[in-house]
Design a protein around this ligand. Structure first.
Ligand SMILES: Cc1cc2nc3c(=O)[nH]c(=O)nc-3n(C[C@H](O)[C@H](O)[C@H](O)COP(=O)(O)OP(=O)(O)OC[C@H]3O[C@@H](n4cnc5c(N)ncnc54)[C@H](O)[C@@H]3O)c2cc1C
Length: 159
């Protein structure tokens, strides 16, 4: 019997599944991909986006197109609640999507609720396209003025 498979998040962990979606669709199943953007930026190229080595179009996957080309539906939205009893997902837009099977790949995020104040000078690294905004901000700074950049976290991406 045909089932509805829902993939939440079009990031790294779902890319191989997205490549192989045609097999699932050919078997008669319905597939929906839900994600906040038609594009997924490859994190490994994130530092290169920040430094200007890569242009945005060189560092991203068009996950909407990947899904649609293989017979799936793409919903540009964000899952905010799961009801496992009714097997439904509530979306940010207010819509509701039913599923037979759901796979979550929503990745990691910077816990911004730890901040005591907000500001347009703070750029959490995920989603990676935030680094484009950081680059723009740095480039817009007055060339005669020293700017102070603070990197929080000392992993390989920070290096
Ligand atoms: C700057 C940087 C450089 C890195 N370089 C490397 C590297 O060189 N090699 C390496 O192995 N790893 C690297 N990493 C780590 C790598 O990015 C992560 O391990 C990997 O992206 C995790 O994959 P994921 O599939 O779990 O999540 P992600 O690839 O982050 O995908 C999650 C997706 O889910 C979507 N999403 C989030 N919330 C929702 C929601 N509520 N509803 C719907 N969709 C949602 C997001 O928009 C995103 O598209 C790097 C990370 C950073 C930050």
């Amino acid at each position: 019997m045909a089932k509805h498979l829902v993939l939440v998040g079009g990031g790294h962990a779902h890319l191989t599944a997205l490549m192989r979606l045609r097999d699932t669709v050919r078997a008669g199943h319905r597939v929906t991909l839900i994600g906040p953007s038609p594009y997924h930026y490859y994190s490994g190229m994130g530092p290169g986006l920040l430094s200007g080595i890569y242009r945005p179009a060189e560092a991203r996957f068009n996950v909407k197109k990947m899904a649609q080309d293989r017979g799936a539906t793409f919903l540009q939205d964000r899952v905010v609640l799961v009801d496992p009893v009714r097997r439904t997902l509530a979306l940010d837009s207010g819509a509701e999507v039913g599923y037979d099977a759901v796979s979550f790949n929503t990745g990691s995020g910077v816990p911004l609720d730890l901040l005591h104040s907000s500001g347009d000078n703070i750029f959490p690294v995920k989603p990676i396209e935030n680094l484009l905004a950081a680059r723009k901000k740095i480039r817009e700074a007055d060339p005669g003025k020293r700017i102070r950049v603070v990197v929080v976290g000392g992993g390989s991406a920070a290096v």
